[in-house]
Design a binder for this molecule. Sequence first.
Ligand code: BGC
Length: 716
Amino acid sequence: MTTTFPIEEKINTLLRQMTLNEKIGQMNQLSGTNEYNEEMIRKGAVGSFLNVSDVDDAKRYQKLAVEETRLGIPLVMARDVIHGFKTLFPIPLAQSCSWNEGLIEEGCHIAAKEAKAHGYHWTFAPMIDISRDPRWGRIAESLGEDPLLCGRLGAAMVRGFQGDDPAADDRLAACAKHLVGYGAAEGGRDYNTTIIPERSMRDTYLPPFKASVDAGALTMMSAFNEINDIPASANHFTLKQILRDEWKYDGMVVSDWGSVTEMISHGFAQDEKESAKEAINAGIDMEMVTGSYVKHAKELLAEGAISMETIDNAVRNVLRLKFRLNLFENPYFTGDTEEVTLCQSHLDAARKAARESMVLLKNNYMLPLKAENTVALIGPLTHAKEDQVGCWSMDLVSESSVTVKEAFESSAFSTTFAAGLDSPRSTETKGFAKAIANAHNADIAVMIVGEDAILSGESHSRAFIDLPGKQTQLIEAVAATGTKVVLVVMAGRPLTLGSVLDKVDAILYAWHPGTMAGPAVLDLLSGIESPSGRLTVSFPHTVGQIPVYYSRKNTGRPPREEDRGIPAGTPLNPEGFASYYLDVDFRAQFPFGFGLTYSTVTYSTPSLSTNSISTTGSLTAFCEITNTGDTPIHEVVQLYVRDLVGTVTRPIKELKDFKRVALAPGETATVKFTLTADQLAFHNRDMQRVVESGEFHLWIAPHSEAGDPVSFTVKT
Ligand code: BGC
């Protein structure tokens, strides 16, 4: 095989030489190492592996494929490199709170470098499922609730993994997943049913996938869930009409683990053979682990249930990936694992990412800590090397994790330590006494609480999303000493902190920050840097309020400012008759986009270059922001728009752009956004993407509930 021919020619030449069995083999992906898998390689009955975790095994398997099969087609080796490989970065939801595309891109580049050195070519990331239900464990893997942000950050991840050349020694093929709607699972129960009207699909759930396609993602993964009664892995509307016909995608689509044969449980296919038929005909090019293609495709072809053209197209997509990764020329590449793994520059990048991912939710002038403060470190996540890294940490080297305890103990702070509880879910309170005594004797109690890593991620949904175990009681007991409490929450989802919110003086939401959790928390609490993270999901007051997201509809009975629940003594039948709960504020506890810094910032009323644009025009919006405090900060400036009247109802706000702006103390910056009419487009009653004329409101604000709007009109 020479490199001088275009890839499509090479694919066709190879395809002509392949037997039917060899073709079907390319459509099969297996997991791990065992004798059966080796036998399958020799027979040419497998095109890819995931989870071959030993570099020598990976090389051996590749050698079998390249040297002991008739055509020598190399394997493509995959792994879930989701938020780092050995150097673990914050969970994706945390990373999204940095709103920093460059930082996220660099983190994925580092992950790719480490994974490629270990023999992998392909990662199953980014996960770009719009997630609006914090009960869902996989919200941890997501980039939050907003389509624009999720699309931009997902595209940054694709660029980070793939670079300009995904075949390079430090890059991997990316996989945008899970196509599509997985995050809309009923009740936040993983794998559950989704009902998504076509307009929501096109305006909310699909845009991040389109952004990944535009960023060049080489592969996509189909989801487990059914969408409007058709399993996502058999869905012609999403996989064929949208992906192939409308977007002209020529990458490869892999099923999720078992999502082909799960069509039997869905009640959509009566057996494996039928599920294989449905998936192949829907355009799932490669089946992950369940082997139904290998078992049944030949027979299905003979019966005319699938066509040779469909098989050839699938194999073309698989081979295209392998050519794009240059595997035919360079099948054995592995790097110097010692040199790249957990090296200082990677640890520094992970520390920076962790710092920028954390969100300061409350600060009663407690932070930053003063150098002379004596600190009682308390809580089950103060020294938890495995839990601090979060949900996707299969390649973790636990000793590499630096905990908050270790970071503070090697700092100038005078500290004591008492876990209080052995683990976040523990209900055994015998450790409380030491924690309380330490708090008594300290100026400040820094409590590191939250969820263990296993409480989020795949199949780890929760019906109650408060602090598990006896952590609330521990916080109450420590706060009762009178010592001020700074809470650091490590979690895989927004938690409902309830009464705890008022008992503590500061809250830093750290999510699961990864390998460098400790130093990053220390950097922020000690004031080396100001927090700059902003929420990318709305925090509910209570589970009963879910779903709560900023981009909601107004309804015919919108709640008013004063509709915040019924205070005691309110007479029966109060004013109201609006869309809210009697017993809780209709707003989020902490809104999308929210996050404090160690300073204060003022925003001027936005000014517009024009108040009227055509449906193909654009305007520039300006805002002056001033750092009125004495700390250097990064401000995340957010541009929101509301389309006041549409031919279909429109959300009360939509994020259209954002910028991270560095501001020295006292500095004023003019932030400028260009807004094109095209950014206002949505799908109308006829499901056409249109820009409609009418009046719009525009905000430039520090979060989704702040600021006053200015108006502009779009004219035809
Ligand atoms: C998950 C995917 C993951 C795959 C391979 C599945 O269970 O849903 O996100 O990439 O396993 O590990």
